[in-house]
Write a protein that binds this ligand. Structure first.
Ligand code: AMP
Ligand code: MG
Length: 181
């Protein structure tokens, strides 16, 4: 499994949509969580998941983790290093969950923080958090620390790809190169 992580607004989904590689089964953690949380907690948008209590989020996260642990073959998972919740940063891949996955590579998509802010403001399809710049820097550095721990715990190499404005194609080429290895 190749796990692609990134802050909301890093352009993760855009980069994934530009990949030439079609050999991987694509899974989106947020979509799988939303299907469950919609039924169990009656929410109506994926941006309400991170506002649920940490306990509820962890319960849904664990259910998705069990589904993923049964995945065989080449899977590309679109998810988050951390989720910014009212109780603090929730790790996207807590060890109990990560240890059950067969991880081949970890990829963190990053972008300059000012560009992330502008992308969030310009996205009408989502209820992105209007975080202040300092908070985004904080979560970005927290994510790099988490990436290192996910790598150490799983033994999988960690790659950081920068997705600057207007350069999503280049970021996708970099990720394609990794997928073809
Ligand atoms: P996305 O569309 O990728 O932004 O995902 C939608 C939502 O799913 C996020 O805002 C989170 O609330 C949730 N989510 C995605 N991946 C994870 C994860 N690994 N752990 C917990 N929540 C997650
Ligand atoms: Mg996305």
């Amino acid at each position: 499994m190749i796990i692609v992580l990134g802050l909301p607004g890093s352009g993760k989904s855009t980069v994934l949509s530009l990949l030439q590689d079609k050999s991987c089964k694509r899974l989106n953690y947020g979509s799988l969580m939303f299907e469950i949380a919609q039924k169990e907690f009656g929410i109506s948008s994926r941006d309400e998941i991170r506002k649920l209590t940490a306990e509820k989020q962890k319960k849904v996260q664990a259910k998705v983790g069990e589904m993923l642990a049964n995945e065989k073959g080449k899977v590309l998972l679109d998810t988050h290093c951390s989720v910014s919740t009212p109780s603090g940063y929730l790790p996207g891949l807590p060890n109990k969950l990560l240890s059950k996955l067969k991880v081949d590579a970890l990829v963190l998509i990053r972008a300059p923080i000012d560009e992330i802010m502008k992308r969030r403001q310009a996205d009408p399809t989502r209820k992105r958090d209007a975080d202040e710049i300092g908070k985004l820097h904080e979560q970005d550095s927290f994510n790099i620390s988490l990436l290192a721990s996910y790598s150490a715990l799983s033994g999988a190499p960690a790659k950081i790809i920068t997705n600057k404005d207007g350069k999503a194609k280049e970021a996708a080429v970099e990720l394609d190169a990794l997928l073809s290895q």
